[in-house]
Design a protein around this ligand. Sequence first.
Ligand code: AP5
Length: 218
Amino acid sequence: MIRIIMLGAPGSGKGTQAQLLSKYFLIPFISAGEILRQEIKKNDKTKNYIQNTINKGKLVKNSFIIQLIKKKIKKKKYCNGFILDGFPRTIEQAESLKKNINIQYIIYLKIKHDSIINRIQGRLIHEPSGRTYHKIFNPPKQKNKDDITGELLHKRKDDNKKIILTRLKEYEKYTKPLIKWFRKEIKKNKIKLLEINSNKSITDINKKIIHYINNFKK
Ligand code: AP5
């Protein structure tokens, strides 16, 4: 059983690494942002609230995302472990997770803020699956098409410079304090924290994470 949390600023590579780790360790990944984007498509009551919040670059209410994640991780598919990308992002979210499950690994991707804008502006996503690419750093095999389905790739609406700056402010205000909170938790519980420089290549980062986790599994 492996449960991993991916932590880091917007564009730090959480989703990219979660997808690669999922393939390597054969466990599913859960993206909080993706759950919210899917929710926009299927839930008329909450659609406007989620869309407006994401498009402002703000975090949705704790109670709202907590109930969505709780519901998700109860599913049978996740009973042998999972990789959580983008949750928790606040101390309140982390406290609620702690009440429900144990986490073994936290992977904290550290990135310089000036790299974030380039990454986010070049990102392309395959909307139905959430697969992520980058025009330069991680291009699809065929221009603008998903590698698996061949369907068209799109830019996320919140991937523009103005919204990114708000997302970064939210990160500094709510998620940075969470890192301190986790450092205290590590001392009390058996959680392992890997802090990794995310200004390296996707492959290098991936190798480091796998090496780190495999060392503990031995
Ligand atoms: P979400 O979709 O989670 O967005 P985010 O946290 O802002 O993170 P990103 O998806 O932008 O970045 P990432 O770290 O996954 O980077 P990626 O791997 O794609 O959330 C969207 C919104 O939903 C939030 O703003 C909020 O409103 C709401 N929300 C979500 N979770 C919430 C929560 N828990 N509580 C409240 N609200 C919540 O990489 C980015 C790009 O860089 C890609 O193009 C990739 O190919 C490229 N790249 C990746 N790694 C590298 C590398 N090493 N070198 C070069 N390029 C790279």
